[in-house]
Design a protein around this ligand. Structure first.
Ligand code: GLV
Ligand code: MG
Length: 335
């Protein structure tokens, strides 16, 4: 059962009240639903039992002539379902679109009391967050909503990456950030047509071996941005996420991309297709053998200080903290 419970979490670090009191939730996958399609909305009750977060998507992938239906569909899907411990998010249209203001003006009064997080696309700097923060404050006050709606920024423009630290600290409403590799690739002028994942030409060559033979080692195109985002998020007490992986026919590559992000500090990723739910669940829950080893470290150093050898490996105060991250996550998954 997924019951939110207090535990050592990035969300708790330095977060000012009342935000510190928000429940710490497992958010291994943010599952995208296109709310203008009735057949998809009908699946929401089943999804609630399977995923950590259900997100009604109003932005990219929703055709311009379906934007209003998507907004109304999201309101209906929020009204019609009890989300219990599953998060309810929406990705609104970007600030300079013709739809953003009405997304906010219609959604917050209607279902703001159920809405956990607004995901804001194409965030370029702290000014975007300041604007949304103030707007949310006004709409919450008018609607009598006492629980703050949080903000999750998508990092998907070169300008946004340049300003990532200022975005992270722009408001106590900041929940976290996701990498948006498709828009970011376009904004940076990268020469790809993929949504996340690697590229066979982005590789380093080994030294020439016998007869000049070389091996190409493909590199992770997103390593730099994920690292930058993780540091900006964790130093501000926010949660970092990998975003979408667009090739649904390649679950192995999706899993590898999610796993790189998990190892680097991300807490979840987007699932755009039902097959990606289980991938995210598997990747963003710690491996049982890692958890068992981490527990040994905690048991061997009850006060978290000193140095011990376990299975031939040196452990000390720093590895105790690493072990605690893994054991705390395992506890959250089990709760
Ligand atoms: C997500 O929004 C992306 O652009 O990758
Ligand atoms: Mg995008």
């Amino acid at each position: 059962m997924k019951t939110p419970r207090a535990f050592y979490s990035p969300l708790a670090i330095g977060a000012p009240a009342p935000f510190r009191d928000l429940p710490v939730r497992l958010e291994r996958m943010i599952h995208f639903v296109p709310p203008h399609i009735e057949k998809m909305r009908a699946k929401v009750p089943d999804l609630i039992a399977q995923v950590d977060v259900v997100l009604g998507n109003l932005e990219d992938a929703i055709p311009a002539d379906a934007k209003l239906d998507a907004r109304r569909g999201f309101i209906r899907m929020a009204e019609d379902n009890d989300f219990a411990q599953t998060g309810l998010w929406t990705r609104v249209n970007c600030l300079n679109s013709p739809w953003f203001l009405d997304d906010m003006l219609e959604i917050v009064p209607a279902v703001g009391n159920k809405l956990d997080v607004v995901m804001l696309p194409k965030v370029e700097g702290p000014w975007d967050i300041h604007y949304l923060d103030q707007l949310l404050a006004q709409l919450e006050a008018r609607a009598g909503i006492s629980r703050p709606i949080m903000i999750h920024a998508i990092l998907e423009t070169a300008e946004g990456v340049k300003n990532v630290e200022a975005i992270a600290t722009a408001s106590p409403r900041m929940h976290g950030m996701s990498l948006g590799p498709a828009d970011l690739a376009a904004s940076r002028g990268m020469k790809t047509t993929r949504v996340g994942g690697g590229h066979p030409d982005y590789a380093v060559l080994s030294d020439a071996g016998e007869g000049g033979a070389r091996t190409a080692y493909q590199q992770d195109l997103w390593h730099y941005t994920v690292g930058k985002m993780v540091d900006a998020c964790l130093s501000a007490g926010l949660k970092p996420f990998y975003g979408p992986f667009g090739d649904f026919s390649d679950p192995l590559a999706c899993e590898a991309q999610f796993r790189n992000a998990f190892l680097m500090g991300c807490l979840g990723a987007w699932s755009l297709h039902p097959t990606q739910i289980d991938i995210a669940k598997r990747v963003f829950s710690p491996d049982p053998s890692e958890v068992a080893f981490a527990r040994k470290i905690l048991d061997a150093m009850p006060d978290g200080t000193g140095a011990v050898m376990i299975d031939g490996k040196m452990q000390d105060d720093a590895t105790w903290k690493q072990a605690k991250v893994i054991v705390d996550l395992a506890r959250l998954v089990a709760s």
